[in-house]
Design a binder for this molecule. Structure first.
Ligand code: SF4
Ligand code: SF4
Length: 356
């Protein structure tokens, strides 16, 4: 009998070979940690071993010269070990305390800011954008870099009431996740259908099933099988565009940007929360998004001035209340902030079935 082929295990790789040897040796046996200065963490193990972590901001999408430069710095100061965080910061682990300041200097000299720890504004978690995804309504890395240029001081200093996590999403439906401040593409018009292409490109039943408000129906247009959208029902979510690119929803004028605040994944101090819409209809002026930057900076400045120590954005808003949030930030409260769409409860596709 032929030998059975062993299964191929996929998933997250074993992290141990990539971990600094001091971390491997003391894995799960740490006695305490502290935060000596912005961008630097200190851990001491029960064995007495020590390790410092230095966090630097990067531009996320990097050319190989930049990656080699960062790797050379790791070889020189951090025994060749680095790791990237979910928010695209690079972390160097150093077992010798005397190397921390030279490492910081080497990174600063090359233009990498040190920060993003504790009560600072961390690097923005951002999605793939035009580089890797086929449905974005705006760019990701470019606009995130532009926005972080504006928030540089808040990254390198720990002056916020608590940590601030930002995220961007270049469509309305997929990656991005909950954040203290989330910047999300917002389509404002239903998709435009290119009926000549639908029959060749789209699997129509899956597109119909994809719509959360049942606004799509099969239709015969000019003698060809196609689809039609009931525009009164359509909530402009964009969910039909990925499985059916001829249902184009991205638009240079009508795809806007919305800002949501108060989302939180962790259950530290208070339970996890969903973020809520606070600004909508901002122009999608990539690559520098000046209008978005202005609103984000306004929210951050108000939170910084009014938040109590260790209050996360959602805790602060809960304490002062939403009317005070709009009053203090000066953001207009409009009818678009009220979710009074009564059809939602009955029609929204809220089942637990997975759809593709
Ligand atoms: S947020 Fe949407 S458009 Fe952007 S990378 Fe994720 S799936 Fe693609
Ligand atoms: S944009 Fe969303 S709501 Fe509108 S037709 Fe497409 S899937 Fe349905």
């Amino acid at each position: 009998m032929a030998e059975l082929r062993p299964p191929i295990e996929s998933g997250a790789p074993d992290p141990m070979p990539y971990m600094h040897p001091v971390m491997v040796k003391n894995y799960g046996k740490w006695s305490f940690h502290s935060h000596p200065k912005p961008g630097v963490l200190y851990h001491r193990a029960e064995s007495g071993d020590e390790i410092w972590t230095v966090k630097a901001g990067t531009a996320r999408q990097m050319d190989h010269y930049t990656i080699r430069e960062l790797a050379d710095i790791a070889d020189q100061f951090a025994d060749g070990f680095v790791r990237f965080t979910a928010r695209s910061n690079i972390e160097y682990m150093v077992a010798d305390g005397s190397k921390v300041e030279p490492l910081i200097k080497a990174l600063n000299d090359k233009g990498y800011p040190i920060g993003g720890t504790a009560n600072s504004v961390s690097m923005i978690a951002h999605t793939q954008g035009f580089l890797h995804c086929d449905i974005p309504g705006t760019d990701a890395s470019g606009v995130v870099k532009a926005l972080m240029d504006e928030l540089y001081d808040d990254f390198v200093k720990c002056e916020m009431p608590n940590r601030v996590k930002l995220s961007t999403s270049c469509c309305e439906i997929n990656c991005g996740g909950q954040a203290d401040i989330a910047i999300i593409v917002q389509h404002t018009k239903p998709p435009k259908i290119n009926h000549d292409l639908v029959a060749n490109v789209c699997e129509r039943p899956s597109v119909v099933a994809r719509c959360p408000v049942a606004a799509i129906r099969p239709a015969l247009v000019n003698g060809k099988p196609s689809l039609e959208v009931d525009e009164k029902k359509c909530i402009c979510c964009g969910a039909c565009f990925p499985p059916c690119p001829p249902m184009q929803i991205n638009d240079p004028v009508h795809s806007k940007i919305a800002i949501w605040v108060g989302g939180k994944n962790s259950n530290a101090r208070s339970k996890p929360t969903f973020h809520k819409l606070v600004a909508s209809g901002l122009p999608n002026t990539a690559p520098r998004w000046p209008e978005v930057a202005e609103v984000v900076k306004k929210i951050l400045a108000t939170y910084k001035a009014d938040g109590k120590p260790w209050e996360r954005m959602n805790d602060w808003i809960e304490r002062i209340g939403w009317p005070a949030f709009f009053e203090k930030t000066g953001l207009p409260f409009t009818k678009y902030h009220i979710d009074n769409w009564r059809g939602g409860r009955a029609n929204l596709n809220a089942s637990a079935h997975i759809r593709f």
